[in-house]
Design a protein. Structure first.
Lengths: 440, 440
């Protein structure tokens, strides 16, 4: 890459509201990967982008440049439609654990690269690692082999994938440049396109427990990502979903793995199954395995009912080194020493009006089940189960949730957070729909 | 300094338009000097400051924090008023070389720390170094001794002075965050306050050859610096002056030293003397050596006429290791091999309407007399002399300037730039005043 210009010229152009050219964006992304665009120059440009934004074309170029800064997995020789799902993250979101084997049971190939939890949100890799022996670090050859044999493989981002994004992602975290739609969009899409997918379904969450607090911002992000998909020739559909209360009734790691397996056994909570069916349904449509949402839904329900989705989960577990006995014996998972039921006070009467996902996430952190910094260790055993949902009736002593904990001292702060998270109302509240929009 | 918060919290606060506290600004400035606030975080904050600005109070706190990041020279035991001048820089601005000995001849102490040239603007240190033997790197002890004995000493910024500014200044240069008034203001004022001055006169230039292109921006900068002076208890006056054409008739290094000595001998060009008298006059008033501009002017003219200002220049030259014979024999200065007169074309008739200072600066760079990067070597001998001024009459073959050069190949580009810089008009143009405003 010849330096026909200086990094500061590109920074100044964006600072003054200009539109960067493809050559300038390539110079930036490759320079970041190779170290010629210094971190202190990259962070100034990131802040200028945060300020001035990026056009759809600039965002597409940035995605493409980050994608091509590293290895792109070629899955064209593996038969079947390669379709993945990505969620912008929330509390209790274990959809991937159900969706990947479910989609595979319906004939898709799901090459899924996930992340770890940070702050109040959990991460798929951490949840998988609650299963004894489960390896999320696989070579590309292993990843391909499992994908081909099982139909679903779930791993972490390899160092060869989008190294420019890797550097910029960690830089954004410490320079106040995280919440910027073009940067978020390019980061997600460059990694997903590097997986070798044919198409992608996005779960763009908004609300108290989500990264995006407002529906407007979530819509903006969803549209930007769908647009990148169009430019890249990889169809992308996005569902806009609420994340005010945790998804399902469990949050944590062991507790969420149990809930995911329960879903695969046909005993999942309604909201979690609704979202899982919707997201997986759009994957089937994109992958050509179903002609519309209704027929997709029938296939998915059948794959749960006939046990084929659970069987795919078992196969994936075995292929990735995990102990498949967890499916039938949850005690094999890391198990907490103590269980505390949080119950409604004696004067409680009416309905649950709020279960604040952010506060629930903080409660899990208080139990030791989350990370404040990326280097923190997490306790897989702790978490929340049996969580009450918005709209459910409460009276004196109604169970609000069960806390799984390893240290009694933690329970006070966690319980206080849970009590603060759950609000009551005398009359039944109006329930807002979980799935609010489809962008395609 | 205890880290009660993270750098990114401060970045995010400013990014979102917040006002930083004194503690946060101290954490930033000291963290930059000590390396705990990383350069990639500092540059993101600098861009956020560029975007959101700083209140006068924030700017004052930043100045104070950068000032206290290093050594502050204490000159209180040296008798007399310590008054300095700072210019925001232009083309042909050799005022410091005349003003420092002139003010010393009128009884002031002038502790002057200057910079080097970069881009189209020249630097006082580079001009002084055209004098054989002249040392601009002195210990603080030497600086104090010369100041006491001679009354004027001219040196470069020592590494102990405002190290936070030193780091931020070099960072701003490569991250597109230079033209930001609070940052410029804090940078200049922290260094000037560290010199141990009692008061300060500023020459804030605007126009084609200046850093600030518009009078409005220059006024804003002048007001910000005067305000910092008030907060610090050091009276500051600022003159707003135009920088559309070069100051005087010479630009370069040897050529400017000669012109400065000519001024001290009473043979200086009108515009250069007007500005030098005005700036030095305000120094005398601030230092209590004159009661008003008229009486200051009389003292200054006398110091030129009776040779005492030239004598101060000679003493300073000797004290700093320079060869004082340059005063009487300009051939001792680095001398160019070739001299080319640029003359008006045969059809020229009328008056000079424009002498573009920026293009003249670029012509000097084309001759090898400027720096594109801070590490570039400069040729002191080359430059422009005998430059025609706006409003002067021209006819066929009128001399527009004399180029001093060492390589004939350079002359083509330099002459083309000069020809492009100088425009003619059939009727006498209206001359804009050089000094446009006084801010105090």
């Amino acid at each position: 890459m010849s330096a026909t210009f200086f990094p500061q010229d590109i920074i100044i152009k964006k600072r003054d509201g200009g539109v960067l050219s493809k050559v300038e964006i390539d110079f930036f992304a490759h320079g970041v990967a190779e170290g010629t665009f210094k971190s202190y120059q990259a962070s100034a440009l990131l802040m200028a982008i945060f300020w001035r934004g990026m056009t759809p074309q600039e965002t597409a170029w940035l995605t493409d440049a980050m994608l091509h800064s590293g290895e792109i997995i070629d899955l064209r020789d593996i038969p079947g439609a390669k379709v993945d799902k990505h969620s912008t993250g929330g509390v209790g979101d274990k959809v991937s654990l159900i969706l990947a084997p479910l989609a595979a049971a319906c004939g898709l190939k799901v090459p899924m690269m996930s992340g770890r939890g940070l702050g109040h949100t959990g991460g798929t890799l951490d949840k998988l690692e609650a299963i004894p022996g489960f390896r999320v670090t696989l070579s590309v050859a292993e990843f391909r082999a499992i994908l081909q044999q099982v139909g679903a493989a779930m791993i972490g981002q390899t160092p060869q994938i989008a190294p420019a994004d890797r550097k910029l992602y960690s830089l954004r975290d410490v320079t106040g440049t995280v919440e910027c739609i073009p940067l978020i969009c390019a980061s997600i899409m460059s990694k997903k396109l590097a997986e070798g997918i044919d198409s992608l379904v996005l779960d763009v969450k908004f609300g108290r427990g989500a990264f995006m607090k407002s529906k407007e911002r979530a819509l903006e992000l969803a549209r930007a990502m769908v647009a990148i998909g169009q430019v890249s020739g990889k169809p992308v559909r996005a569902l806009l979903t609420t994340m005010n209360q945790p998804l399902g009734r469990a949050a944590g790691h062991t507790t969420e793995v149990i809930e995911a397996i329960e879903c695969l056994k046909g005993r999942g909570p309604a909201d979690l199954m609704e979202l899982t069916y919707a997201l997986t349904g759009h994957m089937l449509i994109l992958g050509g395995a179903a002609k519309d949402e209704a027929s997709a839904r029938r296939q998915l329900e059948a794959a749960i009912a006939n046990g084929s989705a659970l069987e795919k989960f078992r196969q994936m577990c075995v292929a990735q080194g995990g102990d498949p006995r967890v499916i039938d014996d949850y005690k094999i998972l890391p198990t907490a020493k103590l269980f505390t039921e949080v119950r409604a006070p004696a004067d409680a009467k009416g309905f649950v009006s709020e279960v604040d996902a952010l506060k629930c996430g903080h409660a899990i952190m208080a139990l030791g089940g989350g990370r404040a910094a990326v280097t923190d260790q997490i306790d897989h055993a702790v978490g929340i189960a049996d969580l009450i949902k918005i709209g459910e009736p409460v009276g004196a002593g109604t169970r609000l949730c069960t806390l799984h904990l390893n240290d009694h001292a933690q329970s006070f702060r966690a319980e206080a957070l849970i009590r603060d998270a759950i609000q009551f109302t005398p009359t039944a509240p109006t329930l807002e729909p979980l799935i609010q929009d489809l962008i395609q």
